[in-house]
Design a protein around this ligand. Structure first.
Ligand SMILES: [Zn+2]
Length: 113
């Protein structure tokens, strides 16, 4: 499960920021997860709970912002919901749409004390 290595990477970033800010505790971590990021949200939640143990973020609340996939056709120019980057355009059937959103996987905000 690659969610665990991603979660550990996120916690490392969070702890680096917390240490730089001379914080004693991380209260909350906001994470953006796109539908097309290849990350399973349930697995990610579980992995974060595990990864934060024994760190400044041990008791931090984790807030996930789920971002839906959106694509735009390179042929007909129409925009549409995209569940999978390999989906064809629903209007003209062309493949390889441009991904407009949904690939996000990043720490959006950290709340420390
Ligand atoms: Zn199209």
């Amino acid at each position: 499960m690659h969610e665990f290595s991603i979660a550990i990477g996120i916690i490392e970033i969070v702890n680096q920021h917390a240490e730089k800010a001379e914080a004693h505790i991380v209260n909350e971590i906001e994470i953006e997860v796109g539908e097309l990021s290849g990350v399973v949200l349930d697995a990610m939640e579980f992995a974060m709970e595990s990864a934060k143990k024994g760190t400044l973020a041990e008791n931090a609340g984790i807030v996930f912002h789920y971002i839906k996939g959106r694509g735009q056709c390179r042929d007909c120019g129409k925009a549409f919901d995209l569940q999978n980057v390999f989906d064809p355009c629903p209007f003209c059937g062309a493949f390889n749409p441009e991904v407009k959103q949904g690939k996000e996987l990043r720490v959006k905000a950290i709340n420390v004390d």
